[in-house]
Design a protein around this ligand. Structure first.
Ligand code: F6P
Length: 536
């Protein structure tokens, strides 16, 4: 599939990215894409006009336009689960009907959004209150897609908070729920149980613990619990009144679900208007994705550069590096979005893939990462394509000098990765320090930066709700495009099942009601260690 691209890659030899700039004064403009308020610069990569043409050709070869239109129109493109993939309908604020099996889903989407607005307004104003008065705190209990999206976005949009404080509990480790609830008022805390299936063991265990805590502290779960789920029968069984239950359909994948009721905690924090602005940002990216020609299409070009680095150049991972502290949870969010979607070995038709479909995604905000793992990014043997993100301005005008430093650091990193420092320059540096002869040579080699390391930079004016929506939708569509080109189903996640099954079978062994016979020697020995050390 990547035959032409592999040939082009092989022909590059030691070509340096800096030389591409020397040969083309307009390279920065020619190798960047705009969408709404954002600019994606991919000029600091090895992609040239010929490579781009070959990459763009992949889209037509993979039937991307038809696949994209099938997704937006509600066709069951999640073929292994027989489901439509319609998270885009959740942000279809002023679009037309979207049909699943012939029925327009938009009236239901709009009705649920209106109920969320009504509920959020009532909680924020105190009209809906806990046993002890208006809600001061909201605890969202969920995991994976029912946690990472709202947790990431609540932090990202901190300057827009004017509602109750929001907290997130996900891990089944009792430390998480204990540390989160400590200090909260059980009679003035709203607990949202967010689970698409309402069966996830971590979420249900944490939800029961929170309910016990609330009852013990004088709170009233009948007033102070809400649920977000596709399984409304199970929410009723848990005792959550129907007026506090916000449903959604199975055509919303967990990791794509923050646009609907799973985003309730975000709406409570920032208010319905800012939540709408977030949806609108996503919707604008949808429109761009549907209409822009491939080479000017931001999600498509981000995907194609990703394919170039992962499938053609063979770089196994990519780093997401937001120079935006409030995007601290974005790398974790993208890990689920990208790795749960495209971490697959089998094509849609069941055949084994010849190569990995999706890369390992990791990262941390700058500038913190610079003082931790950038050493490897600059001088390690592995090449890690970096995806920088940067706002032109922050939310703290009085701290503009901080922001200028942030910008300078971000731009310095991509420049350093590209330029590097040749041996000659390193020799001059150590010679100025007084080194000579063999020691000069030895010292100089430690200060060489190979350079020629690729990066992209996404810049936006400011991290507003609309910009955040656009960034999330950009990456969703990027993952989709990569999946279509690789011929996989990006919308199932069978790989999480086996561990869940084994955890269930290990439960009785860990609690001692069954023996570990039949388990492998390592597992049995580890259980034995835990049993011997569990007391005290
Ligand atoms: O870990 C697998 C997974 O199914 C994710 O895809 C999902 O986001 C998460 O678990 C939580 O599932 P639920 O929302 O059903 O509790």
């Amino acid at each position: 599939m990547f035959h032409d691209l592999n040939a082009l890659h092989a022909g590059l030899g030691g070509r340096r990215i800096v030389d591409l700039f020397a040969g083309d004064p307009d390279r920065a403009a020619g190798f960047s894409v705009r969408a709404g308020e954002m600019l994606l610069d991919y000029s600091k990569t090895q992609v040239d006009a010929e490579v781009r043409t070959a990459l763009v050709a992949l889209c037509d070869r993979a039937g991307l336009a038809a696949r994209r239109d099938a997704m937006f129109s509600g066709a069951p493109i999640n073929e292994t689960e027989g489901r439509a993939v319609l998270h885009t309908a959740l942000r279809n604020l002023d679009g037309g009907p979207v049909r699943v099996d012939g029925a327009d889903v938009m009236p239901e989407v709009r009705a649920t959004l209106d109920r969320m607005r009504e509920f959020a307004g009532a909680v924020r104003s105190g009209r809906i209150a806990g046993a002890g008065g208006g809600f001061t705190d909201v605890v969202n209990i969920g995991i994976g897609g029912s946690d990472l999206g709202p947790a990431m976005a609540v932090l990202a949009l901190a300057p827009y908070h004017d509602g109750p404080r929001c907290h997130f509990v996900s891990n089944v480790d009792g430390a998480h729920v204990a540390d989160t609830l400590r200090g909260l008022d059980p009679a003035r805390t709203l607990v949202i149980v967010a689970s698409k299936t309402f069966t996830t063991i971590e979420t249900m265990t944490n939800a029961r613990t929170a309910r016990d805590w609330m009852v013990a502290g004088g709170g009233d779960p009948a007033r102070q619990f809400a649920a977000v789920s596709t399984a409304e029968d199970r929410t009723a069984e848990f005792g959550i009144p129907s007026g506090h239950v916000f449903g959604f359909a199975d055509w919303v994948g967990g990791r794509y679900s923050m646009w609907g009721p799973i985003g309730l905690s975000l709406m409570l924090a920032v208010g319905p208007e800012d939540f709408d602005a977030f949806l609108r940002g996503g919707q604008e990216m949808d429109l761009h994705f549907k209409t822009a020609p491939w080479a000017q299409n931001m999600p498509v070009m981000l995907a194609l550069v990703g394919i170039w680095h992962h499938q053609v150049c063979g770089y196994p991972s990519r780093a997401v590096l937001p120079y935006d502290q409030r995007l601290a949870r974005l790398p974790a969010y993208f890990q689920q979005l990208e790795m749960e979607s495209n971490g697959k070995s089998v094509a849609m038709d069941g055949t084994l893939l010849a190569q990995a479909a999706g890369p390992i995604v990791w990262g941390e905000p700058g500038t913190n990462g610079q003082h931790a793992f950038y050493q490897l990014i600059h001088q390690g043997k592995q090449v890690v394509p970096c995806e920088f993100m940067l706002a032109a301005r922050g939310h703290e005008p009085e701290l503009a000098h901080h922001h200028r430093l942030l910008v300078a650091n971000c731009l310095a990193q991509s420049e350093a990765l590209m330029r590097g420092r040749p041996l000659e320059a390193a020799r001059r540096i150590v010679s100025d320090k007084g080194f000579e002869g063999a020691e000069l040579e030895r010292q100089a080699r430690h200060r060489v930066f190979e350079g020629n390391r690729p990066s992209t930079t996404l810049v936006y004016p400011k991290l507003t709700p609309g910009v955040l929506g656009a960034i999330i939708a950009l990456y969703e569509h990027r993952v989709f495009v990569e999946g279509v080109i690789m011929g996989i189903n990006s919308f199932d996640q069978w790989g999480v099942e086996l561990g869940k099954e084994l955890a269930t079978s290990l439960g009785p062994i860990v609690d001692g009601s069954e023996g570990a016979e039949g388990k492998d020697g390592s597992t049995a020995a580890l259980v034995d260690f835990v049993h011997r050390n569990a007391g005290g």
